[in-house]
Design a protein around this ligand. Structure first.
Ligand SMILES: [Zn+2]
Length: 571
């Protein structure tokens, strides 16, 4: 079957297999949800407008991601009512939210159409622009004194197109003016209806930021957003820049890198946009805040704490809000599930002006994402790979507590200047650090009465079984999975975990805390070294793919892996 002249690359049977056997469904909330019914009439209306904003934004994301996304999606939508094959292809397209994507297992992206591939610079840059030509043009433009134009080309908020022999940058607020103006309208309507003053205020700033070509407006919107703690509704316009692999290449060219430095031009990868809308869950939020209360005590327990300045210390309030959210809508970057979907997200990132100028962060936990774990499959994994006495300890709520510790862990330890100094390895080490802080400090939460000793055991076991059992050997680009492998090997080497002759896991709970504290010490030492070589050495030492790991991966794969996710929206 052809859509706009492009043959589908996956057969109907293959699509069926992927969607029926390899896809986890994530069910977002519907208007029947109790938390929705409990909202005031004003907030109910506001939520509908926020969901409208999310739907409009998705079109912006599709354009940022690939020049053919929109046309191929529309082609599939037109064909779907008449053709089962096209209907399946459309569902698969929607699970990637695009024409192609990684699935977290295969090295190469899965492509939906023959002849349509993703680009290094996504659709932020012209498709036919190679890395060498990109650098040559920038160097020529700088030599010709076009400093401001190059600054715009390398900014996080522009689309770049050819202009004769040069490149030109178009600010998102201009390139996407029609969509941004519609989204701003929806936000203003939501602001009109909501009962919450702080939320109303934020929505007003966010709407303005979409209408003006001015980074300061984003900063102000972000600052108003980051302090929201008590609002009944949640709305996020996310701007993260992990997808654009073109912009960072400028640092690989020494001549260009030097020119950029001379002219004090920062090169920041392009922001992909996404929207999340939902309802703040009060009970879930209270639990998260209980963990926050003790952060300054944990800061005192950090290894080498006298050698660096920490974000939190005794008496300083952490500029961090946290909420647990029942999701009504995910769109754009959030809905592009390519290998995984996050259960919590702490924004803004370090590259954003609001953070650089002292603004705080807001961490949002995604209830419907974490509730989508495949319990049946976990039971099968345990039957194969875990000693029976440990089965009762596996608990998805305990995994959620681990995630809270991980997110809080990012706020402890050496600051981002140490993290960034590790270059290519910074993400692995930082994610690993956050994991290790979470587990190493969990016993403190037993001491201060936040959790019970039984829950601590559940956290340990659920973490090892649910996270450290890997499905495939991870690559450098998969920071979280590489971190998991480091921890798995460290626990194995130190006999905290072991496998008997029947390949069943046993856990030595008595040594868990002391071994994790040693690992934390080694990890902080790596960050303090500011040495990419030391980071690489550490990573390589602990990411050996052993026979044990290979065995676990092959057993889990036999049970059938579900690398795809389908988000179901009801608003
Ligand atoms: Zn993290």
């Amino acid at each position: 079957m052809k859509i706009n002249g492009y043959e589908l690359a996956l057969s109907e049977a293959d699509l069926k297999e992927k969607l029926e056997k390899q896809t986890t469904k994530i069910e977002l909330i519907s208007p029947d949800f109790e938390g929705y019914k409990a909202l005031s009439d004003g907030d109910k209306k506001a939520l509908h407008h926020l969901v409208n904003a999310a739907k409009i934004l998705n079109k912006v994301f599709l354009v940022q991601d690939h020049s053919l996304n929109l046309a191929q999606k529309q082609g599939l939508e037109a064909a779907a009512p008449e053709s089962e094959y096209a209907a399946l292809a459309l569902r698969f397209f929607n699970s990637f939210n695009g024409v192609e994507g990684l699935n977290g297992i295969d090295k190469d992206p899965v492509e939906l159409f023959v002849g349509i591939k993703g680009f290094k610079g996504r659709n932020f840059y012209p498709e036919d622009l190679g890395v060498d030509e990109f650098h040559e043009i920038l160097i020529k433009m700088l030599e010709a004194g076009k400093i401001e134009e190059v600054r715009k080309i390398l900014s996080a908020r522009t689309m770049v197109r050819r202009s004769g022999n040069e490149l030109k940058a178009i600010d998102y607020t201009e390139f996407f003016a029609a969509e941004f103006s519609e989204i701003a309208n929806q936000l203003e309507l939501a602001a009109h209806y909501t009962d919450d003053a702080a939320f109303k205020d934020y929505l007003g700033w966010q709407a303005q930021a979409l209408l003006q070509n001015n980074e300061d407006m984003d900063m102000l919107a972000d600052k108003h957003w980051a302090v929201l703690q008590e609002t009944p509704l949640e709305f996020t316009l996310s701007r993260e820049n992990y997808e654009d692999e073109m912009t960072p290449t400028v640092f690989d060219n020494p001549v260009l890198a030097k020119l950029l430095e001379q002219h004090q031009i920062e090169a920041t990868s392009k922001d992909m946009l996404g929207i999340r809308a939902g309802i703040v869950n009060k009970a879930g939020t209270e639990l998260i805040l209980k963990f926050k209360e003790h952060m300054s005590e944990l800061a005192e327990l950090m290894p080498y704490k006298e050698k660096y300045h920490q974000n939190i210390g005794a008496g300083t309030e952490l500029k961090q809000t946290m909420v647990d959210v029942d999701l009504a809508a995910l769109s754009g970057d959030y809905a592009a599930v390519r290998g995984g979907i996050t259960t919590a997200q702490n924004l803004p990132n370090n590259d954003k002006l609001s953070v650089k100028t002292g603004g705080g962060r807001r961490n949002v936990y995604h209830r419907q994402v974490r509730q989508s774990v495949d319990r049946e499959k976990m039971r099968k994994i345990m039957d194969k790979l875990v000693s029976p006495d440990l089965h009762k300890l596996y608990n998805p709520e305990a995994d959620h507590i681990f995630v809270i510790g991980h997110e809080n862990g990012h706020s402890l330890g050496p600051d981002s200047s140490y993290q960034d100094a590790l270059g290519l390895y910074k993400h692995i080490i930082e994610e690993h650090k956050a994991d290790v802080i979470s587990i190493a400090f969990m016993p403190e939460y037993v001491k201060n009465g936040t959790i019970s000793a039984d829950t601590l055991k559940e956290i340990y076991a659920s973490w090892v079984i649910g996270r450290l059992f890997l499905t495939a050997q991870p690559q450098y680009a998969q920071a979280h999975r590489m971190a998991d492998l480091i921890q798995f090997n460290y626990l194995l080497n130190n006999h905290v975990i072991s496998f008997d002759n029947n390949h069943k896991l046993h856990i030595n709970f008595d040594d868990f805390a002391s071994v994790m504290n040693r690992l934390l010490e080694e990890t902080i030492a790596v960050q303090l070294s500011k040495s990419p070589a030391a980071a690489k050495e550490f990573i390589d030492r602990y990411t050996v793919w052993s026979e044990t790991s290979a065995y676990i991966a092959s057993e889990i794969q036999k049970l059938g892996v579900k690398p795809y996710k389908e988000i179901r929206m009801y608003f």
